[in-house]
Write a protein that binds this ligand. Structure first.
Ligand code: ZN
Length: 213
């Protein structure tokens, strides 16, 4: 294998009809929380640019819409400390404003919230490591609703979106990452997109889905 820049990804252009969401499709909105938005404790560059895109996506007839949230104790294993100097800045502490979903995102009342990283000694980039307020894991929620395909969007593409999409694939769901409804932390997201593609995750744009809304 040679190293160096990747060629353009061989992303197939999915035809719009096959991507039309229906009752067996879920939209997973990953970590669109104040701390990951500009001005937040762990802001993702241009994170707010995805808000209008997601606002359109939630109008589509998904069988289920799920939000995930980092929901950490004040002392969390992922936070930077003297013992863990490479940790993340403290972020998304449960019940704080930083952990709240973007306030200007209007979501249907049927949206199900999933919380992750809720224990001090465990972290989960993936929404599949989270559960709803009843303690039901995300995969079980999706199965109960008859979901076979998931569309993933949110923050950050190279961490929690990536981990969630890979887990969705592993759990047997057809998985589509809507890249225009994501932003990442790394300046070059090519390795992330390559890893997703190689794992069988489809990469697409929300534009063909929301056109005509
Ligand atoms: Zn976190």
């Amino acid at each position: 294998m040679t190293s160096g820049p990747h060629p353009l990804l061989p992303t197939p252009a999915p035809d719009a009809a096959s991507l039309t969401p229906g009752p067996s499709d879920a939209l997973l909105i990953i970590d669109v929380q104040n701390d990951f938005l500009p001005g937040g404790a762990l802001a993702v560059p241009e994170g707010d640019a995805i808000l209008p895109v997601i606002q359109e996506l939630v109008r589509l007839p998904f069988g289920l819409i799920v939000t995930s949230q980092d929901w950490h104790p004040a002392q969390h294993i992922s936070f930077k400390s003297s013992a863990h100097p490479k940790g993340w800045p403290p972020h998304c502490v449960a019940e704080t404003q930083g952990a709240a979903l973007a306030p200007n995102l209007a979501l249907p009342t049927s949206t199900v919230a999933v919380f992750k990283g809720t224990r001090a000694d465990q972290d989960s980039y993936s929404a599949f490591g989270g559960a709803d307020t009843q303690g039901t894991p995300l995969a079980t929620l999706l199965q109960r609703h008859g979901i076979t395909r998931v569309f993933v969007c949110g923050l950050a593409l190279d961490y929690c979106v990536k981990a969630s999409a890979l887990d969705a694939c592993t759990a047997g769901f057809q998985t589509v990452v809507l890249t225009d409804a994501c932003r990442g932390i790394a300046p070059d997201l090519t390795p992330t997109l390559t890893a997703l593609h190689n794992a069988g995750v489809a990469l697409g744009s929300s534009a063909p889905l929301t056109r005509g809304l």
